[in-house]
Design a protein around this ligand. Structure first.
Ligand code: SAH
Length: 269
């Protein structure tokens, strides 16, 4: 038993070391402390503690998802109700490999093969909220990966165009999104550095892999008034999450804090 434990611990640490996509690494000043448990309310009538009908007590994934949104996302600083509802509805466990099923709703990224990862739930929610999308917006994603971020945007009613450089991941994401009924997501296997000019301009652009500069084609494919969110920085070290907004043809930048993403690869870079 002790021998097995000794082997498992370093293995776990190595795995954590490999997982980097979309992990918030620095506490942002706006990060709200997790609220303390509310005091017991003995005066409340018993029916007020009946679980919400959406909690689906028979489905452990639904329960885990509710807890994920409550404890990892709403308890931090994501307030947009539409984003929280999309995170509650989207079956994240369908986007992770079977061996990580039990960890699908945990507070960190997970491997999806080919050296890539599905982002931490909190960072997906944070980035989605930051680009302030509304139904029928045209949104470009660079780095489809598992397709999870694209599904969240589709849940918000957006028309999603997502580009993935690894053809096998693009194929898998496309099949998964189709099987789950996300028909309004278009997947392209290509180098996302160049965006997707045939479908430009976009109301919002979300980049889920980190280049060391802002790819010029992405800025050009953003609509006036549009939002572009992107991690920029060195490979394997802390990068900065930037939110750009286009006003008068110019991009205005806001620093959203430190993050860890896999690198943007490809010839364009
Ligand atoms: N958004 C994904 C996670 C992103 S992982 C999800 O929800 O699961 C980052 C992804 O970006 C990887 O799949 C990686 O292959 C892809 N990527 C890296 N460089 C790219 C490029 N130049 N163009 C398109 N995709 C790229």
């Amino acid at each position: 038993m002790r021998q097995r434990l000794l082997i498992l611990v370093p293995l776990g640490l190595t795995l954590l070391g490999l997982i980097v996509t979309g992990l918030l690494v620095a506490c942002r000043p706006t990060l709200a402390p997790t609220p303390a448990a509310p005091p017991a309310a003995p005066t409340l009538p018993p029916q007020s503690v009946v679980p919400e009908p959406t909690a689906g007590p028979a489905d452990p994934f639904t329960v885990a998802r509710e807890a994920m949104v409550r404890e990892q996302i709403a308890a931090r600083d994501v307030r947009d109700e539409a984003v929280l509802a999309a995170m509650r509805r989207t079956p994240r466990h369908r986007f992770v490999p079977p061996e990580y099923l039990a960890a699908a709703y945990e507070d960190h990224p997970l491997p999806i093969g080919y050296g890539q990862t599905i982002s931490q739930p909190y960072i997906v929610a944070l980035m989605t909220e930051a680009i302030r999308v509304k139904p029928s917006d045209r949104v470009l994603e660079i780095g489809a990966g598992s397709g999870y971020q694209a599904a969240i945007l589709a849940e918000l009613g957006c028309q999603v165009f997502t580009v993935e450089i690894i053809p096998e991941l693009a194929r898998q994401a496309e099949a998964r999104l189709r099987d789950l009924g996300y028909g309004q997501v278009a997947v392209l296997a290509a180098d996302g550095y160049y965006g997707w000019p045939e479908h430009a301009p976009f109301d919002a652009i979300i980049v889920t892999a980190a280049p060391d500069h802002l790819p010029q084609p992405l800025g050009s494919q953003l609509k006036e008034g549009g939002r572009l969110i992107i991690p920029i920085g060195p490979q394997g070290a802390v990068q900065t999450l930037w939110l750009f907004e286009k006003h008068g043809g110019q991009l205005e930048a806001a620093n959203l804090g430190g993050v860890l993403f896999v690198p943007l690869t490809g010839k364009g870079h």
